[in-house]
Ligand binder design. Sequence first.
Ligand code: PYC
Length: 332
Amino acid sequence: MRKGTFSCIDGHTCGNPVRLITSGHPNLRGDTMSEKRQHFMAEFDWVRQALMFEPRGHDMMSGSFIYPPTTDDGDASILFVETSGCLPMCGHGTIGTVTFALEHGLIQPTHNSQLKLDTPAGRVNVEYSMEDGFVQWVKLFNVPAYLAYENVMIEVPELGSLKVDISYGGNFYIIVEPQPNFPGIEQWSAAQILKHSSKVREVINQTLQCVHPLDATVNGASHVLWTGQPKHANSSAANAVFYGDKAIDRSPCGTGTSARMAQLFAKGRLSIGQEFVHESYIGSQFVGCIEGVTEVATKPAILPSIRGWSKVTGTSNISVDDSDPYAFGFQV
Ligand code: PYC
């Protein structure tokens, strides 16, 4: 039986895939994107699994759906999906979604080249530059980011002790800087990053409660951001961000960059207004900046912005038929 057909615009943001699903949207209940996310996860996770996992997707696959705004002044809403689940917020996904939607006429260009977006994590505003029908860059003004825990000592099986920080930038990130048991990403293979990341994440989630103080449905440390030496002279820092079970983000990770800037700001290592060029595992760059400061509940927080670019690589029509034993994907 045919479960659904989904039209998609495929592309990437600085190397990491974005699959914007343009038809076949489930009808979601809820007044906010956070409530709609809960409904999606409860009843429609099969759509995510079918479109993100092999054989229709792959380990790094990430995508989005555009919905009508859930606020009076919003222009559109975004629901994010990826191999790891349904994220509260995704930076590379926002940059890709806005680029593809503007270029394909799904969102009309505005007179001031700005859009107000509702996401499960909250309001994200964007500015963009469009020339001859093509978007050159998108700058997103992300939800407030804050350092949740600092200098946490953990014991990681087969690695030993590590000192980590946990920072929120739309998702909770475990940030690991070079130290005796971790020499920096440039000295580890991808296999080492993947092997140790799941253990680090498991240990943290068994030890600490990572819960957003304003929305308890946003919880759990989902990503591990390992740091190291950049390849490019103009990069401020480099990362390898682990997500899902086997993914290393090919983009510099928008929510990860926000979390990293919040961590560096809280530790006195980055100032308001200072440009922060963040380099991904493949050497692509986002330009981050701390636009100002605020509070989340009573915690000091920053207002991060991230600028990056995306490219469309094609369009596809994906059908999901439950007579196919792999209709809902698989992971190896
Ligand atoms: O860009 O925020 C991001 C992101 C999250 C997971 C992969 N990329």
